[in-house]
Design a binder for this molecule. Structure first.
Ligand code: TRP
Length: 343
C-alpha cells in the first residue's frame, strides 16, 4: 500500500479511536515559524490534539548542528518556537513540548540504533543527500549522516506510533521503521513500527516566488507585526498581467498570494481571485495583507501575552522535559533488559 492510501486509512482510524495514537512531531529551532508551517503542519497538530491524540512536540535542538558549526542564540530561538506553539493553540496541559538535548536516555538510544543500520543505508537517504547538496559547509559532519537515526530515537523513545510528515520526512520515518523492526528481530518487542501520516499541505511560496523558508527572508512569520506583514507583502513578486486569476501552474506567484488570502478567509481561491479581478496586483496585495493580519490577530495577541513573561514558557519546557525524561528512562530500562545489558 502506498503512503497516501495508508494515510487516508489512518485518518479514519484517528477519528474513530484517537486514544490509540501517540503522535511525535516537531521542528528544528532554526528560526521563527511562518505561515507555511501554520497551514502545512501546525493546524494539523492542533487538530489532532483536539481530537484527543496524545501529542509530543520535539524541539530538535541537536539537529540544528547538522549543517552548521554553532547554533547562535539557541535559547532565544527555542523560546520563540514554544511561543509560536502556544500562539497557534498547542496546549501544554494536553501536549508534551520538549527539547531532545535535555533527555539523556533518548540520546543513548542512538547507540544501539546505529548498530542496526548500515552505512550504505545512511548514504542513500534522499533528504540527507539534498541537505548535503545545499549545505554551506565545506565538509559533511558525522551528525549529518546519522541524524535520521537520532530522529528514530526521537520517535521511538516515547513509542510514538504516528508521525505527521511531509514528503521530505518520509525517508526518516522509513529508517525509524527499519530500526524498530530490526530491534524487534534481534532483541524482542520494545518498539512499535510507527506510521507516517502524509498531509496535503498547500504549497505557499515566499514573497520572492521561491519556497517559503526560514532562511530566505521571504516568509511571513507568525510573530511579525501588522506593519512588517504589510511591508513584506507589498514587496511580493507578482506578474505583468493585470487581471487576477487563480492559476497555480501558469501564475505561481499571483496564485500563491490568492491562496494565502483564501486560506486565511477559509474561502475558495477561485472566488477570491474573481472578486479582485481587474483590481490588479495592488488590490491583491491589499486583500492578502488584510486577510493575513486579521487571521493572525488572535494568535499574535496570545503570542505577545506569553512573550511578556517568559517564566511560563520556560516552565513549559521544563515540565515537558521532565515528562520526556521519565518516559525515556523507562524505555531505556526496557531496552537494556532486552539487550541483556543489566548488570
Ligand atoms: N527533521 C524535522 C525537521 O527538520 C524535525 C524533527 C526532529 C522531527 N525530530 C523529529 C520531526 C521527529 C518529526 C519527528 O523539520
Amino acid at each position: 500500500m502506498d503512503a497516501i492510501t495508508r494515510s487516508a486509512e489512518l485518518e479514519l482510524e484517528i477519528q474513530a479511536n484517537p486514544g490509540r495514537f501517540r503522535v511525535l512531531t516537531g521542528d528544528r529551532p532554526t528560526g521563527p515559524l511562518h505561515l507555511g508551517h501554520l497551514f502545512g503542519t501546525l493546524q494539523n497538530r492542533v487538530r489532532m490534539q483536539d481530537l484527543g491524540v496524545d501529542l509530543f512536540v520535539i524541539v530538535a535542538d541537536y539537529q540544528v548542528l547538522t549543517d552548521r558549526d554553532v547554533a547562535d542564540r539557541l535559547a532565544e530561538t527555542v523560546e520563540g518556537l514554544v511561543l509560536d506553539y502556544l500562539a497557534v493553540g498547542i496546549d501544554p496541559e494536553r501536549a508534551t513540548v520538549f527539547t531532545h538535548s535535555a533527555v539523556p536516555a533518548l540520546n543513548q538510544l542512538l547507540l544501539p540504533f546505529l548498530s542496526l543500520v548500515t552505512v550504505p543505508e545512511l548514504q542513500r537517504n534522499p533528504t540527507v543527500k539534498d541537505e548535503i547538496a545545499h549545505s554551506r559547509q565545506a565538509s559533511v559532519s558525522g551528525l549529518m549522516f546519522t541524524y535520521p537515526v537520532h530522529q528514530a530515537a526521537d520517535i521511538l523513545f516515547c513509542k510514538g506510533n504516528l508521525v505527521p510528515a511531509g514528503l521530505d520526512q518520509l525517508p526518516h520515518v522509513e529508517i525509524t521503521r527499519l530500526v524498530a523492526r530490526r530491534f524487534t528481530e534481534r532483541y524482542g518487542p520494545v518498539f512499535p513500527e510507527p506510521d507516517a501520516l502524509l498531509s496535503a499541505a498547500p504549497v505557499l511560496l515566499g514573497t520572492d516566488g521561491t519556497k517559503m523558508s526560514k532562511g530566505r527572508n521571504n516568509a511571513i512569520t507568525l510573530g511579525a507585526s501588522d506593519d512588517e506583514t504589510a511591508r513584506l507583502l507589498k514587496g511580493a513578486r507578482t506578474d505583468a498581467e493585470r487581471h487576477i486569476t487563480y492559476d497555480p501552474a501558469n501564475r505561481p506567484e499571483v496564485s500563491s498570494l490568492v491562496l494565502l488570502a483564501a486560506l486565511c478567509q477559509d474561502r475558495d481561491p477561485v472566488d477570491v481571485a474573481a472578486e479582485i479581478g481587474n483590481g490588479g496586483a495592488a488590490a491583491l496585495k491589499r486583500t492578502v495583507t488584510e486577510a493575513v493580519n486579521e487571521f493572525l490577530a488572535p494568535m499574535r495577541a496570545r503570542r505577545a501575552a506569553y512573550a511578556a513573561d517568559l517564566t511560563y514558557v520556560r516552565k513549559i519546557i521544563q515540565v515537558g522535559n521532565e515528562r520526556a525524561n521519565a518516559i525515556a528512562d523507562q524505555t531505556l530500562a526496557e531496552v537494556r533488559q532486552a539487550m541483556g545489558t543489566v548488570y
